[in-house]
Design a binder for this molecule. Structure first.
Ligand SMILES: Nc1ccn([C@@H]2O[C@H](COP(=O)(O)O)[C@@H](O)[C@H]2O)c(=O)n1
Ligand SMILES: C[C@@]1(CO)OP(=O)(O)OP(=O)(O)OC[C@H]1O
Length: 160
């Protein structure tokens, strides 16, 4: 049995924050603002996982009003969500993600991000695709005010 899920997230860029995307710290003049470490890509993947198993979204499981999740490592949040996916008997088929950012250039970091995501989802690099696009200087991403991300995941329950 297959299930599909999709995720979308946006975080604002602000001074004085590290830029963490896909579990990797990327050198840049600004970072993403959030209650957690604001890892927009890992939040997107977590939401896609929760969508695939019909379990709502990360705000439901990790409320941004809960001090437990202040400055939380989003890799830990995704690990928890992936545990829920496994608990229901599913494994990864593939995940495809897009980071929407005018700057910085993501290309040098894509392979490291893919490796990190593959580890978190207990899959191989071949099961993970991560892309980046600008919005040609249009909109909030184009003005460099924030970074968005999208993901689609396919999971499979193997017959016993
Ligand atoms: N933050 C980004 C955005 C894009 N890239 C790479 O550049 C290519 C061209 O981007 P367009 O928005 O002009 O289509 C894109 O396909 C990515 O490979 C990037 O590395 N970092
Ligand atoms: C991850 C959580 C929890 O720390 O906070 P944020 O980092 O603000 O992220 P968001 O994508 O707005 O929503 C999920 C939150 O509940």
């Amino acid at each position: 049995m297959f299930r599909i899920g999709q995720g979308f997230d946006v975080h604002q860029l602000a001074d004085g924050r590290p830029l963490i995307i896909g579990g990797i710290t990327i050198p840049y003049e600004k970072g993403l603002l959030g209650h957690s470490d604001a890892d927009v890509l890992l939040h997107t993947i977590a939401d896609a996982c929760l969508g695939a198993i019909g379990e709502g979204d990360i705000g439901k499981h990790f409320p941004d009003t809960d001090p437990t999740f202040k400055d939380a490592d989003s890799a830990k949040l995704l690990e928890h969500v992936w545990g829920m996916v496994k608990e229901k008997g599913y494994s990864l088929v593939n995940v495809d993600c897009t980071i929407i950012a005018q700057k910085p250039k993501m290309a040098p970091y894509i392979d490291s991000i893919k490796e990190r995501v593959a580890v978190l989802l207990e899959g191989t690099i071949e099961q993970v695709n991560v892309k980046a696009t600008t919005t040609e200087k249009l909109g909030f991403t184009g003005r460099g005010e924030g970074i968005a991300s999208q993901a689609v995941i396919l999971i499979q329950k193997s017959p016993k």
